[in-house]
Design a protein around this ligand. Structure first.
Ligand code: NAD
Ligand code: UGA
Length: 470
């Protein structure tokens, strides 16, 4: 087994940054460099003011404060870092392909391929390459063939590689907790020595019974499957939320009763406006593509329906808002509470708020958007790229919404309040104050099921809560 002294992580994003911060914290004897092509991102990781790191995660700034400059470094010097590392994590983005074969379904592997090429050209001696990004099954084969395309590197030195798959299961908003106390760590590979070396890194803080070793393809497929199962639970409970609204059943009661069955379990049964985040949709679509590739069309359709229900949930919420507001949103102001795809993150990728806000803007509504962590510029950028927004509105998106730092400013003189992210602070808003500053009649739409109906009933609001019959 090779003792790992220096790690390079390519990709300083939502996974690379927090993951390497925790590895550095738990492995003081290993030097870790997180490298990225994006200079602004690296600058942001290196800045003094820890409240302005590029990623917001509870507990992250404290760890960065402990390890940055000691054994954790952020830099743009990718080649130098590759040359001097024993182990290289590839943690770059793997978005859905936009053009060509598999467009809209499979991952665009250009960033992963570029990493493999750079590693192949620069590495010296024996290097363990670890796939941390979520990748389509059999990607390790592509990486291996690029790495092994020559015996010597660009400057004539001999080198060799082992490729491992080590998918990440952290969820945003709880990344640090998930990294420090994971349910499991998964290592896939066929080189026992390399597997032992990576295992040894994790054993610094993770009990050995939590480390699962499999072959490469099982590891890659397990990651896609885990995300598909999680997303499936959300689409399932969201489909039941609509039945609740039609029948008078209550979604929280149903989820509680169903989740008490230990075979089903209580987690991931919160109905909402649909799952967001950069990965669920992308990973299911990858699974769908894989099924089609192997001629498994019925299975492809089965998984694709999880994504379809998710889109339907967002659309039905928008239609319901229009319906309740007398079928007309022109000259109406709607306060949007929350834009991130879930609480405790500043990430907006695939946030249900994007589609719902876009539909409402198209319908003529003026939105007053509030979020505790998402910036105005990111909201503007995101909405101006949404293809749901009609082109003429997209061009002048700044005329269709305003961003408010203060939640009551967003709510003031609005016709409706639409809760889209479950930020804790929205649970304890001053409804007495709100009742005096909105335009009447005021609708409150709670898509995250976080408001207390009894409290709201004391005031003259019309309330719609997801999964509750009228
Ligand atoms: P991200 O977009 O936040 O970060 C990726 C970073 O990689 C970017 O900063 C980008 O500039 C950099 N990069 C791209 N190509 C590069 C190159 N050739 N050299 C150097 N840097 C390069 O992405 P993320 O959310 O961290 O996700 C990374 C991977 O991890 C994806 O495959 C994703 O599916 C997976 N994943 C994400 C999460 C999550 O919660 N976000 C959780 C588990 C797994
Ligand atoms: C998810 C998985 O939970 C991680 O294990 C995985 O590593 C990660 O994807 C990934 O591969 O990127 P993440 O997307 O960060 O993590 O966040 P989740 O907590 O899973 O939430 C995803 C979406 O589902 C959010 O929009 C959230 O609001 C929604 N959700 C979640 C519900 O609507 N109901 C629930 O009960 C749980």
């Amino acid at each position: 087994m090779a003792v790992i002294k220096k790690i390079c992580c390519i990709g300083a994003g939502f996974v690379g940054g927090p993951t390497m911060a925790v590895v550095a914290d738990r492995c003081p004897n290993i030097i870790i460099e997180v490298v990225d092509i994006n200079e602004d991102r690296i600058k942001a990781w290196n800045q003094e003011d820890l409240s302005r790191l590029p990623i917001f995660e509870p507990g992250l700034s404290e760890i960065i404060n402990r390890v940055r400059g000691k054994n954790l470094y952020f830099s743009n010097e990718i080649e130098k870092s590759i040359k001097t590392s024993d182990m290289i994590f590839i943690s770059v983005n793997t978005p859905i392909k936009k053009n060509g074969i598999g467009a809209g379904e499979t991952s665009d592997l250009r960033f992963v391929e570029l990493c493999a090429r750079q590693i192949s050209e620069m590495a010296i001696g024996h290097t363990i390459v670890v796939e941390k990004s979520t990748l389509p099954v059999k990607t390790a084969q592509t990486i291996k063939s690029i790495l092994d395309s020559a015996v010597k590197n660009k400057t004539g030195e001999e080198r060799s590689f082992s490729v491992l798959s080590n998918p990440e299961f952290l969820a945003e908003g709880t990344a640090i907790e998930n990294l420090e106390f994971p349910d499991r760590v998964l290592i896939g590979g066929d080189d026992a020595v390399a597997i032992e070396s990576l295992k040894e890194v994790y054993l610094n803080w993770i009990p050995k019974e939590k480390i699962i070793c499999t072959n490469l393809w099982s590891s890659e497929l397990s990651k896609l499957t885990a995300n598909a199962f999680l997303a499936q639970r959300i689409s399932s409970i969201n489909s039941i939320s609509a039945i609740c609204e039609s029948t008078g059943a209550e979604i929280k009661e149903v989820a509680h009763a169903v989740g008490k069955d230990s075979r089903i379990g209580e987690k991931f049964l919160r109905a909402g406006p649909g799952f967001g985040g950069s990965c669920f949709k992308k990973d299911i679509l990858n699974l769908v593509y894989l099924c089609k590739y192997y001629g498994l069309y019925e299975i492809a359709e089965y998984w694709n329906n999880i994504v379809k229900i998710n889109s339907w949930q967002k659309k039905r919420i928008y239609e319901l808002v229009v319906n309740k507001l007398y079928g007309n949103l022109s000259d109406k102001k709607i306060a949007i509470l929350g834009f991130s795809f879930k609480a405790n993150t500043n990430d907006t990728r695939e946030s249900p708020a994007i589609d719902i806000c876009s539909y409402l803007i198209n319908e003529g509504a003026y939105l007053k958007i509030h979020d505790y962590k998402v910036s105005e510029s990111l909201i503007k950028d995101t909405l101006s790229k949404s293809f749901i927004v009609s082109p003429n509105k997209r061009e002048k998106i700044e005329n269709c919404f305003s961003f408010k730092n203060d939640v009551y400013e967003a709510i003031k003189s609005s016709d409706a309040i639409l809760i889209l992210t479950e930020w804790d602070k929205y649970k304890s808003l001053d409804w007495d104050k709100i009742s005096k500053i909105t335009r009447k009649p005021t609708w409150v739409f709670d898509t995250r099921v976080i408001l207390d109906i009894k409290t709201l009933k004391k005031f003259d609001f019309n309330l719609w809560q997801l999964g509750f019959g009228e």
